[in-house]
Each structure stands twice: as C-alpha cells, then as structure tokens.
Design a protein around this ligand. Sequence first.
Ligand code: DX5
Ligand code: ZN
Length: 223
Amino acid sequence: MIAPSILAADFARLGDEIAAVAGTGETRADWVHVDVMDAHFVPNLTLGLPVAKALIDSTDLPIDCHLMIDDPDRWAVGYAEAGAYNVTVHAEAAKDPVALAKNLRAAGAKAGLSLKPGTALEPWLDALKHYDTLLVMSVEPGFGGQSFIAEVLDKVRTARRLVDTGHLKLLVEIDGGINSDTIEQAAEAGVDCFVAGSAVYGAGDPGKAVAALREQAARGRAG
Ligand code: DX5
Ligand code: ZN
C-alpha cells in the first residue's frame, strides 16, 4: 500500500493534490497521509482538525492522520470522529496508549501507534495488541525530505515476525525518506504500507509515482 504524504504537496491546492492520487487503477493511492504537527512535540507546525476534516470530506480515499502532537490522549479522538480512516499517535507522547486505542476504535477509526527512530519496539508490544497500525518512523518526525534511517528496519523485521506468527494483528507502516532508492529494502523487511511525501509530490506526475513505488515495493516484498 502507498500513502502519499501531503506534507510535500502544494498547501494552497490541497484538494487538487489529493485528487491527483485519487484516480482509478494503479495510479490510485491506498491512503492519503496527513501530518498534523503542533510545534511542541515536533519543531514544526502544519494543520489541525478543521483542515483535516475538510480534507476527509473532500475525498473518498481513506485519510491516515499522523498526529505529531503533545497530549494525543486529549486530541486524537476528534480526528476519528471527523471520519479519519486511521489515526496514529506517538508512543512518546501518549499517556495511556491502551485507553487511547480503545477510544479511537470506539469513535470508528483504526488506531495507530508510531515510534520515533530512537524508540525501541519491545516496551510497546503489549499496548500494540490494541492497535491496528504500527507506524515506524524512518526519519526524525517534523520535516519532509530527510534521509532514510535504515537502522529502523530491525523494528520492522521484528514486527513482521510477530504479525506473521499471530502475536500481533496490525499493519506495519513506514514513514520518512521512502523513495525509489529505499522502498525495496523496506518492503523486503516486511512493511505493508509506505508513506511517501517528496517521492510522490516532488514527481512530475504524482499518480505515476504512486504506481511506480507500488510496483517497486511488490518487487522488494517478493525478494
Ligand atoms: C515527517 C512526516 C512524514 C513526511 C515524509 O515527520 O511524518 O510523513 O511527510 O516525507 P518524505 O517522504 O519526504 O520523507
Ligand atoms: Zn507522517
């Protein structure tokens, strides 16, 4: 699955930019990734609930909200209530990740838990039993266009093994520095869903970039 990140899109034309990956066939994205940043959890500020809600209402593509914010226990459910398909919070910011996952699901969304590159997977394995998505960050959250940190693939491999052996039931998603140079190794490690900002919206034709990345990921997955 490919989830273009609108962080790299033209913010003055967000509806059109989503429409560019909402066609039919192989150029259609699976999810659209919306990065919410609060200038506290990360040193950048993007958009909040009113804009996210407008984007959700503007498309039939599932919206994947990545909340890089403090106090997600208080704010995340609003994105689920607004109709986000998946709402991901950061393990480093959540006070009660299990209760939060239950609240997200009760509000009708899938629940995602994200780990920064330096955050270990093991302490979160029990909480992850309540989650639908594990978002492994492959750059420090905050900005698009950074270089892929390959060391995080160890977490992907561990999560893949736990899913394949039935110990966890979730999608493994990766975010940061995914492009034609890095997607195959991530796929080989066991990623299900690839977030790509600059690799999609920095390309001349975002839909074609989605198709090319998906094809490359399938090659990586096949080994
Ligand atoms: C970074 C965001 C990413 C970002 C990825 O904090 O979470 O979703 O848009 O951008 P690229 O694909 O350019 O690394
Ligand atoms: Zn993101």
